[in-house]
Design a protein. Structure first.
Lengths: 321, 268
């Protein structure tokens, strides 16, 4: 049995969480009765004082916290940034995070940071590099590390396999956990024409420690992972599909922009909790989990024709709180 | 086959708009039948470009307002000269004042105060985030003569005092009022004190005259009494008692607005 699965067994079950965002911080911090834990973007707190520090202190006094980074740049051929790792470690030690995560992507090259989550060539060379870097990251930080599947809008040159094979091989070779973003799976399935359930069946779901649930937006040609809309039913269905098969130690809602009334956000958190509770019962009962929903039209050409509307994707960046 | 580094390097150049998208077609890992996804690359280039513009606009709103339609082009030029080199997003904007000074002679000809305005805006950003804890301690009233000679002020540790060749605060105030974007400003030396309030965490800005600037620069090594003496020296034409009264009032104000955050004992 790989080591990480032993590690997973020892991780606490955090329950249902929410991403800590500056705009929603006051209401979030007052909603302990409906939110179990918070995820924060470490780059927004590492080495920063003032309001950021105060928000962090308030959050850690009330909630269990984990971090979800943007700029570890695990897939970059650049060496790991020691300043980044040192500041991240300090933050993780301060909040005593049970685990931490970042994205399976690259964000920098030759020292240039693009501040966006960029798709990698899905190659053996990339897998080897990432596995080595993940091991060094886990050794340096001393806490379990998870990688998240990103949403991507182009297949870059040099791909030797599909996304699920790539994710599976990276997770196995690096022996790390998965942060499974079911909205990203759904968005990618629409943009690149594959069956999201088949995708889930092809990845080592048992490595899933945390799950992200979010909303997206239909652009004129692409579906964009905006974290700025309500979660759609097919994404909840994917969540149910996963949770009936494996236990996740934390499931959370990401809402980063276009904020509705806070109660709407809490209602989505409640919905995630209901799905999670029901799925846990299925797992405990030993009953067969629900079969996959019928695949929809996973054909990119089925999206409305026309030029890509760049204005519509303006807010797709994963940025600061 | 292209190496991983070669692919990442090419994609970075294309996405950062440092090379034309077509240049990626030369990657040897592309099979003969494959085409580089130029549409996808354009999408990422735009997303990354929007990101740069958002960050720069949020940190330099006055510069952005002054430059209007030419702002987007200027941001692109800035990023090409000083590509983001740090994992902290806001840090990617830190060299913008330097960029204006060294690479924008044409803009400075029309608005010679622009580099100083950018410096002012970056300083505000820096102070908002600086990892310094500000503690406010109890004070002894200055009416106690012993305290007046044995104590001096503790400066807010985030305090930065800047001297500009142009009236930067006046320019900012006019822009806030919706005026000033077309106005020309003559050189006029100005001083501003900027610091982060320990309670609201907002940056506060105080305009200083020449004498206040001198007194503030000496405040961290002086007692209140020494500051009073210096104040009299700096105002030879004024009645000493009235100059000291004004200074005491200023000191009280500085404590009230948390520019001074307590008293410290001064050695003899």
């Amino acid at each position: 049995m790989p080591d990480f699965l032993d590690t997973k067994k020892r991780l606490p079950n955090l329950g249902i969480g929410l991403g800590l965002r500056r705009e929603l911080a006051t209401q979030t911090l007052e909603s302990k009765s409906r939110i179990d834990w918070l995820e924060l973007v470490p780059e927004n707190y590492m080495g920063l004082g003032g309001a950021c520090r105060e928000r962090l202190e308030s959050a850690r006094n009330k909630f269990p916290l984990v971090t979800h980074g943007i700029n570890l740049s695990i897939g970059s051929t650049d060496d790991l940034n020691s300043e980044y790792l040192s500041k991240l470690k300090k933050l993780l030690d301060l909040i005593d995070a049970p685990w931490f995560s970042d994205h399976l992507c690259f964000t920098s090259c030759d020292g240039i940071y693009m501040h966006d989550l960029l798709p990698l060539p899905r190659s053996k060379e990339a897998i080897k590099l990432i596995a080595e870097k993940v091991k060094r990251v886990q050794e340096t930080i001393g806490r379990p590390f998870l990688l998240e599947n990103i949403s991507y809008y182009m297949n870059v040159p040099g791909c030797e396999m599909n996304d699920s094979q790539f994710l599976a091989e990276v997770a196995e070779k690096a022996d790390c956990g998965l942060l499974l973003d079911v909205n990203n799976v759904y968005v990618n399935s629409l943009n690149h024409g594959f069956d999201p359930y088949q995708y889930l069946d092809q990845i080592p779901l048992e490595r899933t420690v945390q799950i992200h649930v979010a909303g997206h937006k239909q652009g004129s040609e692409y579906v964009i992972d905006t974290h700025g809309s309500a979660v759609v039913e097919p994404v909840f269905e994917l969540l149910q599909y996963v949770l009936e098969r494996v236990e996740a130690k934390g499931v959370m809602l990401e809402r980063d922009q276009n904020f509705p009334e806070f109660e709407e956000i809490l209602m989505e958190v409640d919905r995630i909790r209901a799905i999670s509770d029901a799925a846990a019962q299925v797992r405990r009962s030993g009953m067969p989990p629900k079969a996959a929903s019928a695949p929809k039209h996973f054909d990119r050409k089925a999206a409305p024709a026309g030029h890509r509307d760049l204005a519509e994707v303006k807010h797709a960046r994963v940025l600061s709180a | 086959m292209s190496s991983l580094h070669e692919i990442e390097k090419t994609l970075t150049s294309v996405w950062m708009q440092r090379q034309p998208i077509e240049s990626a077609q030369s990657l040897s890992c592309l099979l003969e039948s494959d085409q580089f996804d130029a549409d996808g690359a354009r999408l990422y280039a735009r997303l990354i470009g929007y990101g740069h513009e958002d960050v720069l606009t949020s940190i330099y709103p006055y510069c952005a307002e002054l430059l209007g339609n030419s702002w987007e082009k200027l941001v692109k030029k800035y990023v090409s000269v000083f590509p983001p080199d740090h994992f902290h997003l806001n840090s990617s904007a830190r060299r913008f004042p330097q960029f204006i000074r060294e690479h924008c002679a044409d803009l400075l000809e029309k608005r010679p105060y622009l580099a100083e305005l950018a410096d002012y805006e970056w300083l505000e950003m820096e102070l908002l985030e600086v990892d310094t804890t500000v503690s406010v301690t109890e004070r002894t009233p200055l009416s106690d003569p012993e305290a007046f000679v044995s104590l001096g002020p503790v400066l807010n540790p985030t305090l930065a005092v800047k001297t500009y060749k142009y009236p930067i605060q006046k320019i900012v105030d006019l822009l806030d009022e919706g005026k000033g974007s077309r106005k020309k400003f003559a050189p006029e030396k100005s001083h501003v004190a900027m610091y982060r309030d320990p309670f609201s965490h907002r940056v506060r800005i105080v305009e200083l005259d020449d004498n206040a600037q001198v007194l503030l620069s000496e405040a961290d090594v002086s007692s209140y009494g020494q500051l009073a003496k210096r104040c009299v020296e700096l105002n030879p034409e004024r009645n000493p008692q009235s100059a000291v009264t004004d200074l005491i009032e200023l000191i009280e104000q500085f404590h009230e607005i948390n520019l001074f955050v307590g008293d410290r004992k001064v050695g003899k």
